[in-house]
Write a protein that binds this ligand. Sequence first.
Ligand SMILES: [Ca+2]
Ligand SMILES: [Ca+2]
Length: 332
Amino acid sequence: MVARFHQNGVALITILLVVVIATVLGVSMVTEQKFAINRAQTTFGQTVARQYSLGGEELARQILHQDFVDSPDTDHLGENWALEVSKFEFEDGEVIFHIEDLQAKFNLNSLIQNGAGGQITRQRFITLLNELALDRSFADRIIDWIDLNETVSPLGAESYDYLGLERPYRSADKLMVDSSELRLILELQKEQYQALSPFVTSLMNPATSINVNTITPQMMVVLAPGLSLDIAESIVSNRNDGNPYGSVADFTGDPALGEGANTIKVQGLSVQSNFFQVNIRARYQDRFANLTSIIQRDPVDGSMQVIYRNQSKRVVIEIPNSSSQSTSSQSE
Ligand SMILES: [Ca+2]
Ligand SMILES: [Ca+2]
């Protein structure tokens, strides 16, 4: 009897165990399915948001193409591409983007230009470092980082210096792909990088010019050392107020520059741009996508090429308030 009862008990426990396992399996299968559905939904939402961001890039291309048709010889902040923000809304989502002229900034790769142009460029960069209270040795260190050789400039640093660091690496010895490479320059600290980065870019062509129609007052002081920031601010404000320069000579001949005009070298300046950065933020339902693209526009035929895309940089676009709201509703 006892043995039989024992056997029955074992059978019951076995059945119970089977039921428990089946229930656990069932629950986990349902959970698994839910996860799979969630994953699929998330992936789908993310894909749509990505596509929206690429749509934003395409729209930016069209705007830049239209600008080439309308005014190929000059680019300034009164043109359509330079509107603060473009916003397009559609079902369950939106695309917000902003186009900026990269030739309003100093191209770090232009530091290795040869000849007189190179000398002027390097002097401009040293002026920029001075304005930002940064050590001028960074000019030589960046040059060494970019130039093909391993010959150390007077205040520079090449692989030999980097290989001696706690976490050793070599100098790149090629054009900078992204200005965030500055963080690798010997002794260039985070704060110094943050001070410098708004003024610099890294275009894969050392021979780019700086567009005097889009530069900030600070950059104007870099081009015309000795010019006070106050005067540069009033010149820029007048320029943006519907008085862009038609030529570099118009700029250097601007009477508002006063004595500052004598310090300006015309080499490497222009009133037209070929490199634009589009900062795009797209949303589909609760999924977001960031995209930073660089578009190169040919100055002769207006053809365009996306030469850089980055989906990992967080794009922050501030929506302007009511006064410029009209610029952000082009879709209507
Ligand atoms: Ca234009
Ligand atoms: Ca080098």
